[in-house]
Structures are given as structure tokens and as C-alpha cells.
Design a binder for this molecule. Structure first.
Ligand code: CAA
Length: 285
């Protein structure tokens, strides 16, 4: 059965991006945000990105209008009753996510609905355990900026129903046009298990005075052909998110390579969490 109605919980950086790609793929999208202010910020984020899609020639004006018309917002999760696929994309906080999963469990009526988390690091099995039907629960992990990066990680647990996993894979692949890789339910999945130690190593290099942030970034862009250096990338992802992922991975594996360095902790404490805050390793307008 094709997915035609999706719900997105959270209209932050990732939730807004996921909502945008769904709307661009002709899907009816209902976005949940808690307050009027957050809803307005989420809507603006999506409309700006659609504008950027038009100005860079990726979509037409008409496609932008149609995508915008497919987006609706609510502050009540009870409105998600008819959704066939839901992606939760709120803060990396297990308790908050588990509460949302418990509520979605009682609200979403389709027994074969996909109830997904965009978490980067929290075990999907724990979110499934917050529901009465863990067979409906998967991880669908998108990458920032969502309209640009083609990958989605599909994370299944021992309890995920194969039909639900297939439905999620077909949606991400055939409807959204993303490339899908499957990962076991291990904190960080495939990409962050590789990325996070790299980002933390770059932060440690700057912290110890080994190299400047500009030179670390320049070295990886010019020497490894990465599109951006690790400190600029940490700013893009959000230093609070990098810390939350590192903490979750450290608690799962206990490996020092996942331990957040003091410089990262201090920057998060000071609110300099990257691009979304206007300041991180670099300053943003
Ligand atoms: N809609 C559609 N297309 C868009 C767009 C939008 N809103 N915004 C940008 N684009 C397109 C542009 O048209 C451009 O396409 P072409 O190359 O075909 O011309 C392309 O995206 C690049 O955009 P820009 O030229 O404006 O910007 P850039 O070249 O400076 O690239 C970047 C910016 C895309 C962020 C690039 O630097 C990049 O890919 N960086 C790496 C990002 C990355 O690694 N993300 C993963 C982070 S990890 C994560 O997200 C998961 C986690 O759990 C932490």
C-alpha cells in the first residue's frame, strides 16, 4: 500500500527538511510543533529552503507552490490518527522521544503504519518498547541538508515487522527518491559510527593547539576532497546534537573515542552550538 499521508513530529532543522522533501514528493504532510512560535519558525525554514530550491533551479515556482500547499501544521498529536507513516524528529532526548512514541502508538490507527524516528543515536528498540506494537517501529535517518543529501539509513530491530521495514524502504526510495542503506540497531548506525569519532578528533586537535580550525577544515577539504571540513560540519549539524550523539554512543559502547572533549562541552554550555545559533566554531549572519 502506497504511503500518501505522512506526519512529521518537530519542525527544527531535520523535521523541516524531511517535511519539505515529502511535500516535494507529492505527499500530504502534517507537521507537529508545540507552539505557535515554533510552528512559524518551522514554516519559514521550509519556505526559505523551497525558495532556495527555485533559485538554484532544482524546482519550478509551480512545484514550490504545490509543495507549500501540501503542508499543514498542528500542535496536537491526536491529529495524526490517519497518518500512514510518521517520522519523529525532535531533540536527541530518549525520554522525550519515548513519550512521543507512546502517544503515537495510541493515536495512529493503521496497524501497518510505519512509526519512525530520525534519531542519530538512540536505540530504536527502546523507542519501540515505549509502544504496544514495536513491529511498527523503525529508524529512518536523514542527513542534513535533507533536500540535498541523497541518503537515508533504515534501522530495524529484532521486533520490526518485515512488511513495515519494506514499506519504509519503498517510501524513502521510490517516493522520496533517496538511496537507502540498512543498518542494525547500534547507536550511531553506519554513518555516525564513522563520522562522530572524526568530528571529535578534529575538535581535540583544535583544543590541543595541534592545528587551527581553519587549517583542519582546509586540510580535509583540499586533502580528502570533502565538501566541508569537520568543524564547519559540526557547526552545520549543531554542536548540541554532536554532543548528544557522542554521549549516546559512549553510553552504548564505553569507548573513549566517543567521549565528548571539554571544548565541545563548553561551547554547548555557552550556547555557541553552531550555524542555527549564529555562532559555533565560526560566526554566521
Ligand atoms: N533544495 C534543493 N537543492 C538545494 C537546496 C535546497 N533547499 N539547497 C542547496 N541545494 C543544492 C544546490 O542547488 C547545489 O546543487 P548543485 O551542486 O547541483 O548546483 C547543491 O545543493 C549545493 O548547494 P550550494 O552550492 O548552495 O552549497 P555548497 O556547494 O556550499 O554545499 C552543502 C553546501 C550541501 C552543505 C555541502 O557543503 C555538503 O554537502 N556538506 C556536507 C554535509 C554533510 O556531510 N551532511 C551530513 C551531516 S551528518 C547528518 O546530518 C546526520 C547526523 O545524524 C548528524
Amino acid at each position: 500500500m502506497t504511503v500518501e499521508r505522512v506526519g512529521i513530529v518537530g519542525a527544527g532543522q531535520m523535521g523541516a527538511g524531511i517535511a519539505e522533501v515529502c511535500a516535494r514528493a507529492h505527499v500530504d504532510v502534517l507537521v507537529h510543533e508545540q507552539t505557535r512560535e515554533l510552528t512559524s519558525a518551522g514554516r519559514t525554514r521550509i519556505l526559505r529552503s523551497l525558495d532556495r530550491g527555485v533559485s538554484s533551479g532544482k524546482i519550478t515556482e509551480r512545484e514550490r507552490e504545490h509543495a507549500a500547499a501540501r503542508l499543514r501544521f498542528t500542535s496536537d498529536l491526536a491529529d495524526f490518527g490517519d497518518r500512514q507513516l510518521v517520522v519523529e524528529a525532535v531533540l536527541e532526548d530518549e525520554k522525550i522521544k519515548a513519550d512521543i512514541f507512546a502517544e503515537l502508538d495510541s493515536v495512529v490507527t493503521d496497524p501497518d503504519a510505519v512509526i519512525a524516528s530520525n534519531t542519530s543515536s538512540i536505540p530504536i528498540v527502546s523507542l519501540g518498547a515505549a509502544t504496544t506494537a514495536p513491529g511498527r517501529v523503525v529508524g529512518l535517518h536523514f542527513f542534513n541538508p535533507v533536500p540535498v543529501l541523497p541518503l537515508v539509513e533504515l534501522v530495524t530491530t529484532d521486533l520490526t515487522a518485515p512488511a513495515v521495514a519494506d514499506r519504509a524502504e519503498r517510501f524513502a526510495g521510490d517516493v522520496l527518491g533517496k538511496q537507502v542503506v540498512r543498518s542494525a540497531d547500534r547507536s550511531g548506525f553506519v554513518v555516525n559510527a564513522l563520522l562522530v569519532p572524526y568530528l571529535l578528533s578534529a575538535i581535540r586537535m583544535v583544543e590541543s593547539g595541534f592545528a587551527t580550525k581553519e587549517d583542519v577544515d582546509k586540510a580535509t577539504v583540499l586533502g580528502l576532497a570533502h565538501p566541508m571540513g569537520p568543524l564547519a560540519l559540526a557547526d552545520l549539524v549543531g554542536l548540541d546534537t554532536v554532543k548528544a550523539i557522542a554521549d549516546a554512543m559512549y553510553s552504548e559502547f564505553g569507548e573513549p573515542l566517543f567521549l565528548a572533549p571539554p571544548l565541545l562541552l563548553h561551547m554547548v554550555e555557552s550556547g555557541h552550538v553552531g550555524k542555527k545559533a549564529g555562532a559555533g566554531f565560526y560566526r554566521y549572519e
